[in-house]
Design a protein around this ligand. Structure first.
Ligand SMILES: [Zn+2]
Length: 134
């Protein structure tokens, strides 16, 4: 089923075709980044001359309203809205380069799915137990 991602601030669709396009920023550099629409697939599309370093904290913002997409509850994560069929969900993923941790959060703020080899460790490290992690 097609996944539609949108900005939690302005509601603009962030994957009009397939990949999710965001503005990425680190150390004064600003560029567009494309993410694979399947949670847990960490393929990312970057300008070819860009070098990334593991452990860097990246800022992601919406290409339409330009607002910061860091989660209000847990700033190390980026938060997007995800609609799949009639289901309205939130997806949170790590803003740290090289860290593979993605969480799907249901309407009751409960984490329903986790993806990535770092998700388990991350979920214990973060204060977002208010999300009712199982
Ligand atoms: Zn926006």
């Amino acid at each position: 089923m097609a996944k539609s991602y949108s900005c939690p601030k302005c509601r603009a669709i962030l994957n009009p075709h397939d990949d999710i396009t965001l503005i990425a920023q680190r150390d004064g550099e600003k560029f567009l980044i494309g993410f694979h629409p399947d949670p847990g697939n960490y393929e990312a599309y970057l300008p070819s001359d860009l070098r990334t370093e593991k452990g860097e904290l990246w800022c992601f913002s919406c290409p339409v309203c330009q607002q910061d997409l860091a989660s209000d509850e847990e700033g190390e994560l980026c938060e997007l809205e995800l609609q799949e069929g009639v289901e309205k969900l939130r997806v949170l993923f790590s803003r740290i380069a090289g860290e593979k941790a993605t969480f799907i959060v249901g309407p009751d703020r409960k984490v329903t799915q986790k993806f990535g080899p770092d998700a388990e460790r991350k979920s214990h490290q973060l204060a977002f137990m208010k999300y009712n992690l199982d």
